[in-house]
Design a protein. Structure first.
Length: 595
């Protein structure tokens, strides 16, 4: 059908309508493009958000796990990293971290030579990174073409420099490393991890299961050691060694109520971070023993006169001593129990018990031992653990040299008399510390421990002496420091008590009169005993600084310097207005000196 001309014109779209329609299409296209761009930007932002969430979750996990991640063994089985060891205040003593090893692994190159450059050129490049390395030795190792470790430990920046050499067969795998942040501090108590990853000595070995087991490795093991007290003890022992030109030293600070070892030191010491073969096997050690040898638990000594208060306590408890004023024959020498006993000086015709302790009379204590008898004395010594390995977690422990009974299982008269003043048997310094804790804490012996004891978890122990006997010994020990051989151990305001002991070295049945062991067994504060302090100086010399080699001159001063340093750290402040009441003991003592 033909439309009229006017109608046909009306049916055609106008120019403006076409333009308007085009504009509408462009607007739709732009809107669609903007929407697509916004969606893409949204997806990108969402991706970044998810990556951030994953990263934060990983950081949080590492934070809660202390940054230690499990590693795999050769079979791909996960094994746990080693747990940290902390002191009682949370100070890290041993930590696990990862380092790098430099490895030559020619199997990396399946085709062509294992090295891009010659072995000599690579060795020379490595020596520039590691100046202490030997270029000929490295060249030989690289020329063999076999897998070999070139460096046991390298730093991350050194690994980057090796990577920059561009040799694919030089690898630097991560390896677990044990680090001791405090260096030599408490080294004998901690032990170390050897190059094969095996725990040696100390609490590293004693706690190996807890430190390495997957179920427990996330929980740090907390020791009873106080690193501040430990540092002070080590410092003062080295001071004591230096001023007396001594061979070695040992010391311990022990909580009398819990048995916790607050500090334990043996000198010479070692750095577990820089352990050398000679430190372990002792081939180049001038004193003939490895530096890792712990004298507190693994060396036994005749300790001499520090045993005398133990003998007196046993005699009081057994009813042998009922009157401290009773006088015993003295002099410079006397036969007791078929054995001639000597004193270092003639202290007069007779001495009472307080005087005998103040002057450190062997003659009087031998008589007390005879009256006490071998059965009671052996029973006391056994109750104090003198016939057994020292009670502590450490693997390196020395069994005491405890005399065998002769008739009916009992000691002879001679053995009894010499044991009464500290000779004829050998114990470790830890045995002595635990015995003194029982001597002053009310009479209860408890095993020593290097683990922090939680409140309410103190072991019950067993009774050795009655509380009244312990109270009397506290008076006597304080008197020895105030007026006797332990004067140089006194520290104003801290009420130190204790006893000296100087014993000639005895080895393999031979006595060396030119060598002595000087020991001071101290306690503070005596009005309310909290800590035992043992300082032992091995083979001191008489020097201008000491004026002699006896315990009162070389070991007691160590304790006199140590106590004021550690007491405030342990919550004990000096107080010169108080002291233990000794008014019923002091009048019995004539001033004097002895050993």
């Amino acid at each position: 059908m033909n439309l009229p001309h006017g109608a046909a014109l009306a049916a055609r779209p106008t120019f403006n309508a076409v333009i308007s329609s085009a504009r509408t299409d462009i607007v739709h296209v732009r809107r669609h493009a903007i929407t697509q761009a916004r969606l893409r930007a949204l997806w990108v932002l969402l991706g970044f958000f998810l990556l951030t969430v994953v990263a934060l979750a990983r950081i949080t996990h590492l934070g809660f796990s202390d940054g230690v991640r499990p590693v795999s063994d050769a079979d791909g089985v996960l094994i746990p990293a080693r747990a940290d060891i902390l002191d009682r205040n949370g100070v890290p003593l041993a930590r696990a971290f990862q380092s790098y090893q430099l490895l030559f692994n020619p199997s990396t190159m399946t085709e062509g030579p294992p090295l891009i450059r010659s072995p000599r050129e690579v060795a020379e490049a490595l020596v520039k990174i590691f100046p202490d390395a030997d270029v000929n030795e490295l060249t030989e190792k690289l020329a063999r073409g076999k897998m070999t470790v070139l460096r046991e430990r390298i730093l991350p920046e050194e690994a980057n420099l090796v990577h920059a050499l561009g040799e694919p067969t030089l690898e630097f795998p991560r390896v677990d490393e044990r680090f001791y942040p405090q260096g030599t501090l408490a080294a004998h108590a901690l032990g170390y991890i050897d190059r094969d990853g095996q725990p040696q000595l100390g609490m590293e070995r004693a706690l190996n299961r807890q430190l390495s087991d997957m179920a427990t490795r996330a929980t740090p093991q907390v020791l009873s050691i106080d690193s501040r007290v430990q540092g002070a003890l080590e410092d003062e022992l080295h001071w004591g060694m230096a001023r007396s030109n001594a061979r070695a030293a040992a010391g311990i600070v022990l909580d009398v109520e819990t048995g916790e070892v607050v500090a334990m030191a043996s000198a010479p010491t070692f750095n577990p971070n820089q352990l050398k073969p000679q430190d372990v096997d002792g081939r180049f050690n001038p004193i003939g023993q490895p530096y890792t040898y712990n004298r507190v638990t693994n060396a036994r000594y005749e300790v001499g006169s520090v045993i005398k208060p133990i003998t007196v306590a046993s005699a009081i408890d057994a009813g042998v001593i009922t009157n401290l004023a009773r006088r015993y024959p003295a002099g410079s020498e006397r036969e007791v129990g078929g054995h001639v006993v000597h004193d270092t000086h003639d202290y007069g015709a007779s001495l009472n018990i307080p005087e005998a302790l103040v002057h450190s009379s062997n003659i009087v204590l031998a008589q007390v031992g005879m009256e006490l008898g071998p059965k009671s004395m052996m029973s006391t010594f056994r109750n104090l653990g003198f016939a057994e390995l020292p009670a502590i977690e450490l693997p390196a422990r020395q069994r005491p040299e405890f005399p065998r009974g002769e008739r009916d299982g009992l000691w002879s008269n001679v053995t009894t008399t010499v044991a009464a003043y500290g000779h004829g048997f050998s114990i470790t310094p830890l045995h002595l510390a635990s015995a003194y804790a029982a001597l002053v804490n009310g009479g209860i012996w408890r095993p020593a421990t290097l683990m922090k004891v939680a409140p309410g978890q103190v072991p019950a122990g067993h009774r050795v002496w009655q509380p009244a006997t312990s109270a009397r010994l506290r008076q006597l020990l304080r008197t020895i420091v105030q007026t006797g051989t332990g004067r140089k151990a006194d520290a104003a305001g801290y009420r130190v008590g204790g006893k000296t002991g100087t014993a000639e070295v005895s080895q393999n049945g031979r006595i060396y009169k030119d060598r002595v062991i000087a020991t001071f067994a101290g306690v503070f504060p005596m009005d309310r005993p909290r800590y035992v302090v043992i300082a032992m100086i091995e083979e001191p010399k008489a020097t201008a600084q000491t004026g002699g080699r006896t315990a009162g001159l070389v070991a007691a001063p160590v304790v006199g310097r140590l106590v004021p340093r550690i007491a405030p750290l342990l919550g004990i402040l000096p107080d010169t207005t108080r002291d233990i009441d000794i008014k019923d003991v002091a009048p019995l003592i004539a001033d004097g000196n002895g050993e």
